[in-house]
Structure formats: structure tokens, C-alpha cells
Design a binder for this molecule. Sequence first.
Ligand SMILES: Nc1ncnc2c1ncn2[C@@H]1O[C@H](COP(=O)(O)OP(=O)(O)O)[C@@H](O)[C@H]1O
Ligand SMILES: Cc1ncc(COP(=O)(O)O)c(N)n1
Length: 272
Amino acid sequence: MEKVLTIAGSDCSGGAGIQADLKTFAAHGVYGMSVIVSVVAENTSRVIDIQDVAPEMIEKQIDAVFEDIGVDAVKVGMLSQPCCMKAVARKLKEYKPQNVVIDPVMYAKNGCPLMNPSAIDILIHEILPLADVLTPNIPEAERISGIQINSAEDMEQGAKYIYDLGVKNVLVKGGHAVGDALDILYDGKQFYYFRAQRINTKNTHGTGCTYSSAIASNLSLGFDLQEAVRRAKEYVTTAIRHSLAIGKGCGPTHHFYDLYQNGLTKTIIKNN
Ligand SMILES: Nc1ncnc2c1ncn2[C@@H]1O[C@H](COP(=O)(O)OP(=O)(O)O)[C@@H](O)[C@H]1O
Ligand SMILES: Cc1ncc(COP(=O)(O)O)c(N)n1
């Protein structure tokens, strides 16, 4: 079984972060593992508090996974502080895993910050160069590039700017735009468009986590990057289309819709 690791924050409400990543790995039939960088007290409406795991403990968790099991792909999510970023960068440089997907998480869907703004320089200089593919949403691409993004042309320009910072492949996600949900991948030579109809829902908590984990899963399964993104886009679109009205704010996506439809996994036992 392919082995995929997420290095990210824990979302106790289950829709984003480590929890979304592990559900996505399970839905792809790969073996999921997790290194917790921050514990986040959050729900569909707000972030209440963040407690970071000590850098030494982040490093020990990464050692534990690599010395015993090994990984076929890594997804990196929320890294809230420069010290967390440095710990993760040190270990990724040491173990040099293949198929590294980095989601430069800065805010939750409800607008609450998840990255200390002062960490932006470390993010750019220490974390970004480690990515095989970086998946910023529009506000993140704007923050990294300094380019205001209002159109597909602006997304291309932002992707190119970030590529020129030393990122091998850049996927700018259009979830925060209007019109079609268009994502643009730039590999230094060409732009590839991945388009889906925009679904009219507020339940988009964890879409970016889910998408980047699906890309990592597909890369571990041996698909090339374009095919990995194409499949991940289909997966996240289905998860959003059947998203769950759970909680009072932006609800989570449905990570197992297709599996349940095909009757592979679900046994419903209702006791009333
Ligand atoms: N309402 C929506 N309908 C369809 N696709 C969406 C919608 N919102 C986001 N997406 C898609 O979900 C994926 C995650 O993007 P985005 O929401 O921008 O990331 P993030 O969670 O990092 O803000 C992208 O493929 C994006 O196009
Ligand atoms: C622990 C954690 N990590 C990431 C996100 C962002 O989620 P997304 O941008 O996918 O909605 C989140 N809300 N919580």
C-alpha cells in the first residue's frame, strides 16, 4: 500500500487540517500518517486558539515515520510560526521525500489567521523551495507574489512569479474567485487549466486541505502531476457538491461520497 504523510495542524471539528487529510488518504486507498504541528481549537465558525507543538517534538514525529515506515508522498499544510517551519524544513531536507505537496495555509475559511504574518519570509525562503507542487489559494498567491489577482491572467502572472521564486510547480486555486472554480497549474513551461462549475454552498471548510491531500495521494499512486491534479479536482468537486451542513458556519466536505454511493464501505445501522 502506498504510504502518504501529512504534516499539518489538527482541526478538532474534523473538516480541515490533519483530519481532512487522513479522510482523503483513506478515500484514495493509501496508508495515511500524520505529524501534528499545531493543535487548533476551531470549528466551522471560528478559530478559538492555537497551540503549537514544540519544534523538537515535530522533528521527532517526522523521524519516527521516516526511520520505520518511509513515505511515497508528503502533504504539508498549516505551519503557524517560523520555528515550526524551520523544524519541518530541516527534516524534509534531511529525508528528501519524493512527491512533496505544500499548501501554504494562511487563513481558515472564516477569515481567522492560521499563520503568523511575520513567518512569510521563512515560508518563502525555507518552505517553498521544498515543494514539488505548491497550492496557494488566491489570497495566499497574492500575499506571496504581491500581485493582485482579479482574473485568470492575474492567476497566471501570480503562478509565474511564484515559480520564479524557485517552486517547481505552482497550482493557483480559484475557490475565492467568482464564476467557474478555475485552478491554474504552471510548470515553468505551460499553463494548464482545471475547471469545474462553481457549486453554490457555504460548506467549503477544508477544501484546500482535501485537494492537496488528494494530489499527494494520486502522486503516490504513480500518476503524473497533471493527471494527479485532474483526478484531485474531480474528487474535491464531488466532495463539495455533497458537502455536509454540519455546524453553524462553513460546513465540511463529504470525503467518502463516491465510496458510499458504490456501496463499498457503508453499513448504516439506525437504532430508532
Ligand atoms: N464553491 C465551489 N465550487 C466548486 N469548487 C470550489 C468551490 N470552492 C472551492 N472550490 C475548489 O476547491 C479547491 C480548493 O480551493 P480553495 O477553496 O480556493 O482553497 P483553500 O481551501 O485553500 O482556500 C479548488 O479546486 C477550488 O477551485
Ligand atoms: C488545522 C487547519 N488547517 C488548515 C485549515 C484551512 O482549511 P481550508 O483552507 O482547506 O479550508 C484549517 N481551517 N485548519
